[in-house]
Ligand binder design. Structure first.
Ligand SMILES: NC(=O)c1ccc[n+]([C@@H]2O[C@H](COP(=O)([O-])OP(=O)(O)OC[C@H]3O[C@@H](n4cnc5c(N)ncnc54)[C@H](O)[C@@H]3O)[C@@H](O)[C@H]2O)c1
Length: 331
């Protein structure tokens, strides 16, 4: 089988981690990379890879099958749409976009040009998530009636001083809910589907104190799912201790999921502890391999844009709820 010819646009920051995870795939050849930062380009040491500072040139000059795109949120639509229009498949990082309108534009372009558009959120490829999905499908938890999610980080002052586009809502779309929160919403929605409505409240204590950016650094959400399940979620990059946790409460059991261990309760008893080690798995490489397989087989993937659009709808509704101070329907 011919190797998939790949170009990467945005190879600094998270883009470098993506590039490294793509380079380990045996069925792929990376032909070209692009970044406006020469330091980011210099850090790419793979022999024979063409380097560009203008993504338009990369798309026009290279013979590719797919581009991996990892950029500041507001820059996604022009790059993704141009690539799709040029007949390339696109693999991009979360969030889908800085807002729902941009997400819809990219999805429409993928449909119009009949190319695959993958929106990654690599925690879906962690052992804990995959095992939890198996347990949910096995029926051990019964019908889920309550779900709790938490994603908490403590971003360092050094990181905050270099927030650039991330700190400006016009460019990033926000932080707590759309950036970090994307992962927890994506996981919870894979378990419970799209909520009907959301109530959200955000805060920006540390951000406001610094006065340099206008984004949310913490958020609390209440979610109502169509089948009667209720959800709550807390998201923050301004609190310790760090946490990534989803707790699924079903009528037959409860599953408490963390990246290191999962506890299964039935009635009020702990019946099993399953040790997992998400940190040991290269989830980015697993995600990319999953998408390549889906592309080659013409099968659906966990990174399909319709799924990502649902997450983006909830994010949009959450920010509207925060602004209005009321419950907002997800549509
Ligand atoms: N999946 C995750 O866990 C995770 C973690 C961090 C970031 N991200 C996502 O990755 C994306 C990028 O975030 P980041 O933290 O890497 O940002 P970043 O600012 O650190 O890196 C962005 C890169 O894009 C380059 N760039 C900017 N404009 C460009 C242009 N016009 N053409 C080519 N290159 C350009 C920059 O020079 C830089 O190298 C975002 O979507 C973010 O949400 C995902």
């Amino acid at each position: 089988m011919a190797k998939l010819r790949v170009g990467a646009i945005g190879v600094g920051g998270m883009g470098k981690a993506h590039l490294d995870s793509i380079l380990v795939h045996k069925g792929v050849t990376v032909r070209a990379v692009c970044d406006v930062s020469t330091a980011a380009l210099d850090a790419v040491q793979t022999p024979g890879v063409h380097k560009y500072t203008d993504w338009r040139e990369l798309i026009a000059k290279e013979e590719l099958d797919l581009v991996a795109v990892c950029l500041p949120h507001h820059l996604y639509p022009p790059v993704v749409i141009a690539a799709l229009k040029a007949g390339l498949h696109v693999y991009k990082d979360k969030p889908f976009a800085k807002d729902l309108a941009d997400a819809r534009k990219m999805l429409a372009a993928a449909k119009k040009h009949q190319r695959r558009l993958f929106v990654g959120a690599q925690r879906k490829f962690s052992p804990s998530f995959l095992k939890a999905l198996d347990i949910l499908k096995s029926g051990k938890l019964g019908k889920i009636h309550f779900v709790r999610g938490a994603i908490h980080y403590y971003w360092t002052p050094v990181f905050e001083d270099a927030m650039r586009w991330r700190g400006q809502a016009k460019e990033s779309g926000g932080i707590a809910i759309i950036d970090s929160g994307y992962h927890i919403l994506d996981a919870v929605m894979a378990f419970c589907g799209t909520p009907r409505s959301v109530f959200a409240s955000t805060g920006s204590l540390r951000a406001a104190a610094k006065g340099t950016y206008d984004i949310d650094d913490k958020a609390a959400l209440v979610l109502d799912f169509p089948d009667g399940a209720l959800g709550s979620m807390t998201i923050s990059f301004a609190t310790v201790p760090g946490e990534f946790r989803v707790v699924l409460h079903g009528q037959a059991g409860t599953l408490d999921i963390t990246p290191a261990a999962m506890n299964l309760y039935q009635a009020d008893k702990l019946v099993e502890t399953i040790t997992v080690d998400d940190a040991k798995v290269n989830t980015l490489a697993a995600q990319f391999a999953h998408c390549v397989k889906a592309l080659r087989a013409g099968k659906p993937s966990l990174c399909d844009p319709d799924r990502a659009l649902e997450v983006q709808k909830v994010i949009e509704a959450a920010y509207r709820s925060d602004a209005a101070g009321e419950v907002v329907r997800v549509r």
